[in-house]
Design a binder for this molecule. Structure first.
Ligand SMILES: Nc1nc2c(ncn2[C@@H]2O[C@H](COP(=O)(O)OP(=O)(O)OP(=O)(O)O)[C@@H](O)[C@H]2O)c(=O)[nH]1
Length: 601
């Protein structure tokens, strides 16, 4: 039996870049969890992309043995969490698997937006919190000030906050001791039934789905038949083990432990994060609390640039989904872009990461259509439809009203840039519901905004306005009725579906004009004049004209160099192959890419 008093399950939470992965590395070093020669910086951020961008995308658990000053050997289960809002669902699952959270705050930056939201999540889960000030060796570290912020904004007692430098390895042992002293051990299970909380899963090409779980009661071992409580499906366990941080097989997992289970689960979609595993023969009467399905919030079409890559793209997405059940896709076709997939993501960063992984890991050349949120359409006959593709918006005459998803955003901004920040929020149809002063230099704004308005470039604008000093986080709120319209772009009177979008009526005209202008620059002249128009409900709101022009590529080859002429003509023929025909107009693929790029960045 496990001696629960010697177990500590905890997480490290922080704003992006405040140093939680570095702290995790130092803790692994000090506990000799990893041999020195294997130690590379930020060991837990194993995905290449994570390493490059310096952000944690997936939560990684690790089990460490620590010999404390009281002479006893403790088992620490540390669950590293992602810092970005797109993945806050993973943060909250990881926190549910713990009793404590180390709250890391960069002493040179102070409390930021994600410090606030992650602390709220930890409080919601009833965790003990140890505040830790990191980067204290930096010349601009202001310990008193940051302690004050922790007390004022987060309502956490900070007199006993630890002071460390994760980079230099200062104060790490005190953190390990505090974990022993200040975090409670797991509470024993309320009954003898087995209940394990699934907080993540990963697909392994050889072994199938590896389930990451925290065992709240009972035990699990190879040969047991486990049941997934949300679906009732049963699977035989092939192997159980812990993370050191590599997977290390062990004979049995006991109550209170964090580890993995490999059963004959083929697809990550068969098991959802937040689900409960129990023993099939003696199932627990109730699941662990908190299971909720996650729904993608952002949708976009992803298309191969080369049509022949369509099947490869589908197969690659299949593989990616095995690892990331929150990513969804289904086949769709677009007149403009050909065959592709409509994909659902948790947020824009998630979308960017999936696209980047498709490009890198699968060597695909892809393009995405305009990203949009899921709208709720209330029809006159009382039906409600959820629309994730503007093309499927029902006829306006049948619509009673349209609702859009809203968020509650927390923005922390230096007072100097407050005016501009408020202007930006207002431009994006946001309401500032609360303003709190933080330290005389910064304010915390709480706002209620449409998700659609933060999708595209809100975060970049926020950073530009504040010279990089503002931070933001948000959570989904509810749906609100709004004056939304579909805007179509027509080329020579044909609607180009890839460019259609749903947006607020007040934004249609300026966006329409901007899109028409950028198309004017990229569509080559044709033999006839071509109108590029933006329309809302059949009414034209912007227009540009591409003048007629007959292209004679050989004109510049004066003289009789026939072979050069032939070469040029051939090249022109090749160029033609890549043209998409929209009605009578030939549009090069690059034109789509250019316009979608400029309008989604
Ligand atoms: N000067 C200084 N830099 C530090 C210290 N700790 C971490 N850093 C640096 O701060 C940066 C961010 O550290 P990470 O550990 O990746 O931060 P993180 O909080 O895990 O970031 P995410 O995974 O993106 O949420 C890295 O460049 C670290 O080298 C410290 O004590 N002092």
């Amino acid at each position: 039996m496990n001696d629960l008093s010697l177990v500590r399950n905890f997480s490290i939470i922080a704003h992006i870049d405040h140093g939680k992965s570095t702290l995790a590395d130092r803790m692994m070093e000090l506990t000799h969890t990893v041999e020195d020669r294997k130690m590379k910086e930020q060991l837990l951020d194993s995905m290449d992309l994570e390493r490059e961008r310096g952000i944690t995308i997936k939560a990684h658990p690790v089990t460490m043995k620590y010999k404390a000053k009281d002479g006893k050997i403790y088992t620490f289960n540390l669950i590293d969490t992602p810092g970005h809002v797109d993945f806050s669902y993973e943060v909250s699952r990881s926190l549910q698997a713990c009793e404590g959270a180390i709250l890391v705050v960069d002493a040179s930056q102070g409390v930021e937006a994600q410090t606030v939201s992650n602390t709220y999540l930890a409080n919601d889960n009833g965790l003990s919190i140890i505040p830790v000030l990191n980067k204290i060796e930096m010349p601009n570290a202001d310990i008193d000030e940051v302690c004050q912020q922790i007390e004022d904004i987060l309502a956490i007692e900070a007199t006993d906050a630890l002071q460390i430098s994760a980079k230099k390895g200062i104060g790490i042992e005190a953190v390990l001791e505090a974990v022993v002293e200040r975090f409670p051990p797991p509470t024993p299970g309320k009954d003898k039934f087995t209940r394990a909380l699934v907080f993540d899963s990963k697909y392994d090409a050889f072994r199938g789905v590896v389930v990451y779980m925290r065992l709240f009661s009972g035990r699990l071992k190879a040969g047991d038949k486990v049941q997934v409580m949300s679906t009732g499906e049963s699977y035989e366990i092939k192997e159980v083990g812990i993370f050191t941080p590599e997977m290390e097989k062990c004979p049995v997992l006991e109550e209170g432990s964090v580890g993995y289970v490999i059963a004959n689960i083929k697809d990550a979609s068969e098991i959802q994060i937040g689900d409960t595993l129990t023993i099939a023969k003696t199932p627990a009467p109730d699941a662990l609390p908190g299971f909720k399905e996650i729904h993608p919030m952002v949708f976009s079409g992803i298309y191969p640039v080369e049509t022949s890559d369509y099947e490869k793209l589908g197969a690659s997405m299949d593989k990616l989904r095995l690892n990331d059940a929150s990513f969804s896709f289904q086949a769709e076709s677009s007149i403009a872009l050909g065959f592709g997939f409509r994909c659902g993501f948790l947020g824009l960063l998630h979308m960017e990461i999936i696209m980047e992984r498709l490009r890198r890991e699968f060597n695909l050349d892809i393009i995405s259509s305009y990203p949009n949120v899921v709208y709720r359409v209330i029809l006159k006959n009382g039906d409600v439809q959820e629309i994730d593709n503007p093309m499927y918006l029902p006829d306006m005459s049948n619509i009673e009203h349209i609702e859009e998803p809203m968020i509650n955003a927390t923005i922390i901004c230096p007072t100097d840039y407050l005016g501009e920040m408020m202007k930006l929020i207002m431009e994006r149809r946001g309401d500032i519901t609360k303003t709190d002063s933080i330290d005389g230099h910064r304010v915390m704004l709480t706002c209620y905004m449409p998700l659609n308005e933060v999708l595209i470039d809100f975060y970049d604008k926020l950073k530009t306005i504040s010279r990089g000093y503002a931070s933001m986080d948000y959570e989904y709120s509810d749906y609100q009725q709004s004056e939304l319209v579909r805007m179509d772009i027509m080329i020579h009177s044909e609607v180009v579906d890839a460019f259609s979008s749903i947006l607020h009526r007040s934004k249609a005209e300026s966006r329409g004009r901007q899109m028409c202008k950028s198309l004017l620059d990229v569509i080559p002249r044709q033999a006839f004049a071509v109108a590029v128009q933006a329309a809302v409900n059949g009414k034209i709101i912007a227009r540009e004209t591409i003048k007629a022009y007959r292209k004679d590529v050989t004109a510049k080859c004066y003289g009789g160099d026939i072979s050069r002429k032939r070469k040029l003509l051939e090249r022109q023929k090749e160029g033609k192959k890549k043209l998409k025909k929209i009605g009578k107009v030939n549009i090069p693929q690059e034109a789509f890419i250019a316009v979608l790029k400029t309008n989604t960045q």
